[in-house]
Design a protein around this ligand. Sequence first.
Ligand code: IMP
Length: 210
Amino acid sequence: MLQYVTTNEGKVREARDYMACEQFDFDYTEIQSDDLGAIAAHGAREAYREADEPILVDDAGLFVDVLDGFPGPYSSYVEDTLGIERVQELVAHEENRRAAFRCVLAYCDGKEFAASPDPVDRDDRALAAAGDEDDESDSGLPVKLFSGTVRGRIVPPRGEGGFGYDPIFEHEGTTMAEMAVDEKNAISHRGRALAKFGEWYHERQAARTE
Ligand code: IMP
């Protein structure tokens, strides 16, 4: 069974619209990087070594235009420290309150991927950054990446649904916290990434059982 690695039940609720999966409540190491793909790929390798089952890691962030992309990869820390209302207040008096949500899904099942239109992370970046090109512990574990983005704007909090920054992120007049799960999935960063992943994953499953 596919293991969706997260401590966040909201993410799993959204993922189950696309495929069967179990929540794997595993707190992987979040490496310091500006690149959600690198963070998710590292987490997928770590989780795969722990579980030895197909793994999907989801790393997401809110990127506010006028704040040069802040909080971005630090969204979780900023939610826990400042809180979403303070983030909203930071841009409340700005003319430009545009922002984007991005999500990267990283899949690892310990096997290679055949020719693929989507990016495959082979850990070159992490090894180069660590300066340890001979480290065998992670190499040989390819990770396939799927991404999705949604644009919107930051508004005072509205709505009871969703999680995280959903109440302050408005898309076409509705905050994500005012949407049902299927409505959010139809337009969201995660929904877009999950749709790409779901299609690819079901084909991969079918090919392996032929
Ligand atoms: P992470 O991907 O679990 O590290 O999440 C990063 C931060 O973004 C956390 O503060 C989450 O609450 C928030 N977040 C992730 N996905 C969403 C979403 O779909 N809506 C609102 N906030 C989100």
